[in-house]
Design a protein around this ligand. Structure first.
Ligand SMILES: [Zn+2]
Length: 432
């Protein structure tokens, strides 16, 4: 944390969305404000002001209890699926043709309040609005909380939705380990969930005809367009590449500059090249993690290992960008006497959200004012599910543009608008 970060006690008020409280003596479930208040203290670190809600920890269990309570308060049928995802059903889940909305409740280390929870709270809020409007659903409606979306503890994102969609081998999932060596299987067992049960759930997905995830925007596009809510067009293809720069370890005090094979120089030059080439391509390239050997102040490094995260609007642009960064690294490495090896560690292809559902949602959401249709560079459960289910996303304006940080923000009015737009969408999909 920087020294200028606001003290936690000064922090919650300005960015905490609220809505009118339920009338005194009312047996109605908590409104948006009440739900937000109940969640806001769970897993929050007093020092950083950020959230540490990692999968299958005590904080996660508290969030999950909250979800079950919300389902019960509304008379919704609660269901825990084989992969630990939570569902709250209005109507008969077995009837099929369901409309599902929701997001996740876990967080990155010292994450913000909105990434995930805004989608779950808004989902319950939208069901409440439909009830207030007296709009009965003709199709089953459900709120979902996908487990372990951020992958903060076991290093793999979207575990709950990947398992459900058959995009993650259950045995591989069970063997994932956290920083303390605890496997996902052990963590699940401690959380009261049977790890032997996890795996694909095609039958469940076949009963869903639309999934809509509302999410805080993780950028400033809506703010720049002066719009409260937007609709996602696509998730950019993205990947991670490991660059190994190998030189020669030597003494920092006795080795002449001309005699060095210093991989740090090649690495530094590659970081700058990545930035410049990404800007020219209208794409993103980030070296955010680095490991150095021997990592001594008075030693020229023998190995610098840097991880590149890169994203672009289409796969050709991404491939060309990463190729150009690698070429720049090789050229500089030749000058420095440093070898460069590049390994692609992961890749996620472009996700184009179902065009007819996207267009329908943009029309339903834009009843009062047109909503921008935006691409995003961030992965989501909606992206995973889109391979099996027609899927769409709504974004709510984040004036700071910051995400995965306590500085993530949304104004109360924008959150309330998001709930109303989500209710319009659910009404259009399930009540007409
Ligand atoms: Zn999220």
């Amino acid at each position: 944390m920087s020294e200028s970060a606001p003290a936690p006690e000064n922090h919650p008020a300005p960015h905490t969305p609220s809505a009118p409280a339920a009338p005194a003596g009312s047996a109605a479930p908590a409104g948006f404000h009440g739900m937000w208040r109940d969640l806001s203290g769970i897993g929050r670190d007093a020092g950083s002001g950020g959230y540490r809600r990692y999968a299958w920890t005590a904080a996660d269990a508290e969030c999950r209890d909250w979800f079950r309570d919300q389902a019960a308060a509304r008379g919704l049928r609660y269901e825990l699926d084989r992969n630990g995802n939570q569902w709250a059903w209005l109507g008969d889940p077995a009837a099929g043709d369901a409309v599902v909305t929701g997001s996740h409740l876990d967080s990155v280390p010292d994450g913000g309040a909105f990434d995930g929870p805004l989608g779950v709270v808004s989902a319950f809020g939208a069901l409440d609005l439909l009830r207030e409007r007296g709009r009965p659903a003709h199709r089953p409606l459900a709120v979902v909380n996908f487990t372990d979306e951020e992958g903060a503890r076991f290093g793999l994102a979207c575990v709950g939705s990947r398992l459900t969609a058959g995009q993650l081998d259950p045995e591989q999932a069970r063997r994932l380990r956290d920083a303390d060596g605890v496997t996902l299987a052990e963590a699940m067992e401690r959380g009261g969930h049977d790890p032997a049960a996890i795996g694909p759930d095609p039958e469940r997905l076949s009963r869903i005809s639309a999934f809509v995830e509302l999410h805080i925007e993780q950028g400033r596009a809506l703010d720049l367009q002066d719009a409260r809510v937007g609709v996602a067009s696509a998730i950019w293809p993205h990947g991670r590449w490991r660059f190994d720069f190998r030189g020669e370890a030597n003494h920092a005090g006795t080795t002449r500059l001309d005699d060095r094979h210093d991989p740090m120089l090649t690495y530094a030059n590659t970081v700058l090249a990545a930035r410049k080439k990404a800007r020219l391509a209208g794409a993103l390239a980030t070296f955010g993690k680095v490991a150095v050997e021997p990592n001594g102040v008075n030693a020229i490094a023998c190995l610098v290992r840097g991880w590149l995260d890169s994203r672009a609007a289409d796969e050709q642009t991404l491939a060309a960008l990463v190729g150009a960064i690698e070429q720049a690294a090789q050229e500089r490495g030749a000058r420095d006497g440093v070898s460069v090896d590049v390994v692609r560690e992961s890749f996620t292809p472009v996700v184009e959200f179902a065009h007819d559902l996207r267009d329908r949602i943009a029309a339903l959401a834009g009843d009062t004012a047109p909503v921008p249709v935006l691409p995003t560079g961030a992965g989501h459960d909606a992206g995973i599910l889109s391979a099996a289910v027609p899927t769409a996303m709504l974004f709510v304006r984040n004036p700071t543009g910051v995400s995965h940080s306590p500085a993530e923000a949304a104004a109360e009015d924008d959150c309330v608008t998001g709930v109303a737009v989500l209710a319009d969408v659910l009404e259009g999909l399930a009540c007409r």
